[in-house]
Design a binder for this molecule. Sequence first.
Ligand code: ADP
Ligand code: MG
Length: 629
Amino acid sequence: MTVETLGFQTEVKQLLHLMIHSLYSNREIFLRELISNAADACDKLRFESIHNDALMSDGGDFKIHIGYDKEAKTITVRDNGIGMNREEAITHLGTIAKSGTREFFSNLTGDQQKDASLIGQFGVGFYSSFIVADKVTVRTRRAGEEVNQGVEWISEGGGDFTIDMIERAERGTEIILHLRDGQEDLLSGWKLKSIIRKYSDHIVQPIVMNKEEWKDDKNVVTDEDETVNQASALWAKPKNDISEEDYKAFYKHVGHDYDDPLAWTHARVEGKTEYTQLLYLPGRAPFDLWDRNAKHGIKLYVRRVFIMDDAEQLMPTYLRFVRGIVDSADLPLNVSREILQESSDVEAIRKGCTGKVLGLLADMAENDKEKYTKFWGEFGRVLKEGAGEDFANKDKIAALLRFASTQTDTKDETVSLADYISRMKPEQEKIYYVTAETFNAAKNSPHLEVFRKKGIEVLLLSDRVDEWVASHLTEFEGKPLLSVAKGGLDLGKLEDETEKKAQESVAGEFKELTEKIAKSLAERVKEVRVTHRLTDSPACLVSDEHDMSGNLSRILKASGQKAPEMKPILEINPGHPVVMRMKHEERKFDEWAAVLFDQALLAEGGQLDDPATFVKRINDLMLTMSLGG
Ligand code: ADP
Ligand code: MG
């Protein structure tokens, strides 16, 4: 076959431009990325060979070799991993397959350090070669293919690349970087070794270079190999032998992150099921955090042999932000995803990992509040899913939750349920909360009026997931949680007998009015009653004790799901001048009633079915008022 020239996918062209023009101050990452790909290629071959041992017929000792040539101005990265066939080279090195391309570009900040961190995360590492090279040659042959099925891929980083079939004796891949002018300082054994030790020390395969010696005042590159990295499984070492820096560097590799992790936990678990876990909390949320199907990021090893990425069975979905590894002593080497689903060992590991992460978080919440606040800001909304999902750990998760509250009235200052309980009034029995679609709607909800008056704290819940949390979290440390917008307001001992008596007599006085409004709004409300929860607003809507809240039904509808049609209860404030006036209003009574209802709906963040009519009614009423003086 003759040489063929093919164009890069548009996104790749943009990416190359970016690499070349904006990431040069982080140029060293090219080596980390190429080594990481070489290591992945070895892992892949090992995994495939479980079902086809012929693939490894030419040797099972994996190795990544780094070489350089001062004369030719090249650096070469060579592995004996899986290799690529022609089709694979075209797609893997000519397109960006992952769905995150657009996010990658939209996440770019212009800050070189930050942008460089995105490269690993988004799976575009190979292209970082072009930061230092103006021409890249890839020679590769897939394991198991004939010798004449080798492939040569060449690109100068412009709009296209060439591809050709070659003979290649060894399986695996060799990447030759022809350095740009000005990058010559990379052509040194010392320099390359220091980069390898900095970024790739934790790679499990040996990374080897030719040994160099001083001879007759000259640096001579010998034929002897020397291993540059530690080439051992970090997690298998005793904790005392692992430095903070080692842990961080390893995280960057497994977490595909350029930044330090927030925290980690490393433990060997012995007993019926034996395994080692090294789990990290990232410092920042990844772009696909909201995708519940996104990869989970726990790598599974069996007795230090890599088995698979993203072993989602090892971690519950609500902890999908955790990165790291689990190394099992019990699972078979040829374990498949199907086996994982049924294995009781995996069940035990998952339980253990969940417990460890929740423990790490509890410890952080207790001892490093600042860090915990950072964690909560990034991942709190995901952790909340756990309150409804993980029954066994419900109490532990509940203790980790943080909410905005009327105590501070800011969105970012949050309180825990324990804080709340510590501030409860002596007579208070319940934990009160309000849900709304936005923080401001929650904070300014008319339902809070009586609570503010009495100085009772209310939690302000405005994340979508909060409705779900609230429906599952019915109590904390023996105190029931109660929505302030559901059911009749029973403040229990927070109200004294005189207050209760007064409310009853007011309800009697307004009986005629509430019945009249109920008749007028029969289509829209379930009931109309007098309330004492309002001090400033004339009316509000509440849902019946066992009905779905208005907020939840709006969320469901907005996300295209079915929500049962539920009529709310209209509560009116007997102390409000508008309500008092309605007692004597005969003309336009239906208009008044409709406006009362509509404004209550608006105040809780609802949408009017017919805004135009609302506006017209308001204008009519304003006119009547001014005419009447
Ligand atoms: P990622 O490693 O995140 O997938 P890269 O841009 O680093 O993204 O690599 C793209 C793809 O190219 C890899 O997924 C792999 O399929 C292929 N590839 C790169 N380097 C090698 C290699 N040394 N051996 C085999 N395949 C490779
Ligand atoms: Mg890569």
